[in-house]
Design a protein around this ligand. Structure first.
Ligand code: GLY
Ligand code: MN
Ligand code: MN
Length: 456
């Protein structure tokens, strides 16, 4: 089955070229004084049980600026005689360590194949960094990622602070560079979009494979295995976030985690799963009847959520505020639920954030930025005002309705008992309108009914 599915994916895009990392670095450096320095560190490795490591994923800011994914690494940049120099501190080549833990590019590899000017062993970090901090007026460093790097920076800053009192030189403080880098990451380049589109296609086909293998009697974990197995089979690094695979009443739990129940005839299964490719996330949710045929009640709710999603996607236009898709989705859902007799308030009353009843059934936001992080960086309201969409921004559009009859806080309409529907796609803002990066994932009722339970 995976071979047939893979034939739908198409070729992988070219990797992001080294020159693009240089141009990202230059855009950041152009906002920073010539006597200031920037430090970015990799995330720590995490232990799963005893001495077994979790699969490693570095910090997205470091990946964004260098393309370097290895653990135990630090990038630091300073301007020397008008030229910005990027230095990477890395784990050195070490045969014994590599026999146990895997290959390392080492200092030579970093210099040869990455967008850096200098590379040293991580063991040289403290001395070299302290030296540079002494000559800088400000240190850009995000604390809280690696405590040992925080200590090196704060010791060096304190030491130089004393020197400043003596001779007037040395850093005056530490500032987090994240918001400057977030502004860059918010607007995706054509090469980034190609990585995201590929992640989106793999995830779309994985959802289709899951639909095709659905039938009552399967378990949630069996369908999860098909989706996640296909992520790996296709050469992505696996999931971008833990998959949510909930059938029946589990589909009404927004962040359901167990994924271990049987799927029963007549139930809706909701799957929120996306792959990560070369660091870039995709994020798709589809909901379908496990037996392949929507009941009338399921169809009413599914079509309403789909209409709301389409209205929201239509708002993903250059110049619109970031919350326009959310407001459009909410309005369609409220109108629909009033028509279906679920809500007995007026539209305006139902949309009220405090007293409106829409939030009983739709309680989350419609969108988040997506990129190197699934919930990607970027301030939604810079200076308190909603951000306006620009070409190159990517966001999810993911309205839903959740009728958990197990909930004690509301009276769930009997007709819609335990129907949970979310429909989520990843959308790129372009000058020509919304470009849905996950558009190959089956979505209409007719498409879903023709696919569920049918082999490729
Ligand atoms: N999968 C997480 C989300 O949809 O935001
Ligand atoms: Mn999402
Ligand atoms: Mn999702």
């Amino acid at each position: 089955m995976f071979d047939a599915a893979k034939s739908l994916v198409g070729p992988e895009p070219a990797p992001i070229p080294i020159e693009e990392f240089r141009s990202r670095q230059n855009r950041l450096f152009s906002q920073i004084g010539n006597d200031e320095i920037i430090i970015l560190c990799s995330s720590p490795e995490t232990i799963h049980s005893n001495d077994v490591h979790h699969p490693y994923r570095s910090q997205s800011d470091l990946i964004y600026l260098t393309g370097w994914y290895e653990p135990e690494s630090v990038m630091f940049a300073e301007c020397r005689e008008g030229d910005w120099q990027v230095t990477l501190f890395v784990q050195p080549k070490d045969t014994l360590k590599e026999i146990w833990e895997g290959r390392r590019p080492g200092v030579e590899g970093a210099l040869k194949s990455w967008a850096v000017d200098n590379a040293y062993s991580i063991g040289e970090l403290e001395d070299r960094l302290s030296e540079s901090i002494r000559n800088s007026s400000k240190v850009y460093h995000r604390t809280g990622i690696r405590s040992e790097i925080d200590s090196i920076v704060s010791n060096a800053v304190q030491l130089r602070g004393r020197a400043r009192q003596l001779n007037g030189s040395g850093p005056i403080g530490v500032e987090d560079p994240s918001s400057k880098i977030a502004e860059l990451r918010l607007r995706k380049s054509p090469a980034e979009i190609e990585q995201m589109r590929h992640a989106g296609i793999v995830s779309s086909v994985a959802h289709e494979a899951a639909m095709r293998s659905s039938m009552s009697g399967r378990t949630e974990n069996q369908i999860q295995a098909i989706i996640e197995g296909f992520f790996v089979f296709s050469g992505t690094s696996g999931w971008a976030y833990p998959s949510i695979v909930g059938c029946g009443e589990n589909a009404t739990i927004l962040h359901y985690k167990e994924n271990n129940s049987p799927c029963n005839d007549g139930e809706i299964i909701l799957i929120d799963a996306g792959s990560e490719y070369r660091g870039y996330a995709s994020d798709i949710t589809r909901s379908w009847p496990i037996n392949g045929k929507f009941t009338d009640a399921q169809r009413e709710i599914y079509q309403l959520v789909l209409d709301s999603q389409e209205a929201a996607i239509a708002e993903c236009k250059v110049g619109n505020p970031y919350n326009a898709p959310h407001e459009a989705a909410r309005r369609v859902l409220a109108e629909g639920l009033i028509k279906l007799g679920v809500i007995s308030q007026s539209i305006e009353d139902s949309l009220d954030p405090v007293s409106g009843h829409l939030k009983h059934w739709y309680m989350h936001n419609t969108s988040h930025w997506i990129g190197l992080d699934v919930h990607d960086v970027g301030v939604y309201k810079p200076n308190g005002e909603p951000r306006l969409f620009e070409s190159g921004m990517c966001l999810t559009v993911e309205p839903g309705l959740y009728f958990g009859s197990w909930r004690p806080d509301v009276d769930c309409p009997e007709r819609y008992s335990n129907i949970g529907i979310r429909i989520e796609d990843d959308v790129l803002i372009t000058d020509l309108g919304p470009d849905v990066l996950t558009s190959s994932c089956p979505k209409t009722i007719a498409e879903i009914e023709s696919i569920v339970g049918q082999s490729f």
